[in-house]
Ligand binder design. Structure first.
Ligand code: AMP
Length: 282
């Protein structure tokens, strides 16, 4: 695997692949790589001729400075993961390389309701930061395919809108969530859970599984209350639980089969904020 620290170095190599007409798959990450990230690399390898992964802890998407500071950084381990999965190129840029005009220079992305609900509501500015960094990285890498995880369902919707609005020539490929054996969605943040909280955190997955059954018997308001109660019983503090439309993310007030809804949840396990979701075909 070739490692590039600057956009210029990366571009020199990618230029040849672009002119060959190669399909270039891109997997943007913030590092502390786990099997969820590895599955995106695998998916990219199966669909593309060359795979680029980036590791960049993007300061503009952290609304909590403490969270940015505590974000795990372990470059050597990450490089081993990427090499084991035969990633072709790693882009490991500095803040200056991603934001040559400075971090205050911002395009204002029109995100509408996507930025007002759920994660948008509780993490103001987060999705503008996400749209900004993905836009910058896409401008540098110019991939044909972009691989992102369903684990961050709302992020996918935001990036999808940004790509359409900016008319970027890239195909967004959503990839399934990879889970621990007990169902907890893999996340770099899981490393920060105490042993006790790690054991309790699987309640998020267990709740989402129950919701599949509950939506057939109870109305969304009741389901929400039951889900929040179940999560609280395990000592986690839910921030939101919502049943939403997969496209618009608008809340669902009545489930009438056959209908696809997405159950989205965010909860604190002590000070660690976890999110998860499940697409439910009612
Ligand atoms: P992150 O490094 O957390 O910014 O994540 C980088 C990419 O990996 C994003 O597209 C995430 O949605 C995806 N991702 C994170 N966790 C998982 C997971 N458990 N399964 C699949 N994809 C994931």
């Amino acid at each position: 695997m070739k490692i590039f620290r600057t956009a210029e170095e990366l571009n020199n190599v990618l230029q040849d692949h672009r002119s060959n007409g190669d399909r270039i798959g891109f997997v943007p990450t913030m590092g502390a790589l786990h099997s969820g990230h590895a599955s995106l690399i695998e998916e990219a390898k199966s669909k593309c001729d060359r795979v680029v992964c980036s590791i960049f802890v993007n300061p503009t998407q952290f609304n909590d400075p403490g969270d940015l500071e505590k974000y795990p950084r372990r470059p050597e381990q990450d490089i081993s993961v990427l090499e084991a999965h035969e990633c072709d190129f790693l882009f490991y840029p500095s803040v200056e390389d991603v934001y040559p005009e400075g971090m205050d220079y911002r395009l204002d992305f029109e995100l509408g309701y996507l930025d007002e609900t759920m994660e948008g509501k509780f993490r103001p500015g987060h999705f503008q930061g996400v749209a900004q960094v993905v836009y910058q990285l896409l401008s540098i890498v110019e991939p044909t395919h972009l691989f992102m995880g369903m684990k961050d369902f709302q992020q996918l919707a935001v990036v999808d809108k940004m790509i359409r609005d900016m008319e970027l020539p890239v195909k967004l490929i959503p990839c399934d969530t990879v889970r621990e054996p007990d169902g907890l969605a893999m996340s770099s943040r899981n490393l920060r859970l105490s042993r006790e909280m790690r054991a309790s955190a699987s309640v998020l997955y267990e709740t989402l599984q129950m919701v599949k059954i509950w939506v057939l018997k109870f109305n969304p308001e009741q389901v929400t209350q039951m889900a929040i109660e179940k999560i609280r019983q395990k000592g986690l503090k839910p921030e939101y639980f919502e049943l939403v439309d997969p496209q618009t993310l608008l809340p669902i007030h009545k489930v009438h089969p056959p209908m696809v809804v997405v159950a989205c949840v965010a909860a604190y396990a002590d000070e660690v904020r976890l999110i998860d979701n499940m697409v439910i075909k009612a």
